[in-house]
Design a protein around this ligand. Sequence first.
Ligand SMILES: [Zn+2]
Length: 316
Amino acid sequence: MPCGLRGIKAVWGQTVTFICGLWAMVALLSCSGGGNGDEMLPSVTVSIPPLEYFAKAIGGDSLRVISLLPESADPETFSPGVSVMRELATSKMFVTVGVLPFEDAMLENIKSNNPDMKVAVVCGGIDFIYGTHSHEGAAGDDDVHEGKGEPDPHVWSSVRNARIIAGNMFDAIVAAAPQHREYFKRRYDNLVARIDSIDQSVEGRLKGCHGLVFAVWHPSLSYFARDYGIEQIAFNVENKETSPVRLRSQLDYARSRRVGAFIVPAGIDKDKVAVVATGLGLEPVSVNLMSADWERQMFSVIDALIGEPATKTQHK
Ligand SMILES: [Zn+2]
């Protein structure tokens, strides 16, 4: 993504006071009543746009779904506006990934300002990957993942993980609006079938690509790579300035592995990735892994991986 989540906790720390103020304002706004039929639906707030895909797929017409972060938001600088906080305050449930630092800050606020709100996480049951990513202060770092470092937080960028996320999302939504359980269940079953179909499609397209290696600016596809036995080589692991030494060693390694694609976050400054692109002889391909269109994310990744190479440059 411009995952750029590292360091966000500090930013959130600075905005905690701001958020508290918003909660007070939200309480007043929430009492104003009114609204159309859509606003009368039970609602859940999800922390990031990709979770919207799963919530809407299950919730259909019987659930209102709001994402805390809009697609265009930079998680490092994002502060929730009044309307978002109002939605959150009126939501039946706050659904988080469970391993993103900014979610921690939000939960602290919810505990003190809206203690009755239900909170769910969707990462339960996922087999975490460690050592591919670093986000200081990630949730659970001190207890759950002791000795392993922080889990790679990009759990949603994986078709196999999506099945688990969908199951956890179903449980959360049913808890938020149990009166629609049967309706949600039918839609959940359809969603699982759809995820299985995407999985088969991706697997089919990767057939014959055994040993495929791809480069990414930020390591946002560790789970996707694991799903299909392919290799991801990342350049910007710490999400801070990549040192010339690391850049050179990664480039040397990537060249030796004959990388076939270079995926960069949507919206990234092309100058930032130019050295890598030139070094690999590949045109960077943008993929928005923070999009609410999760399906499109997955197909964009596979298109980038096995599409026609943008250049014919030969690597030594
Ligand atoms: Zn990241």
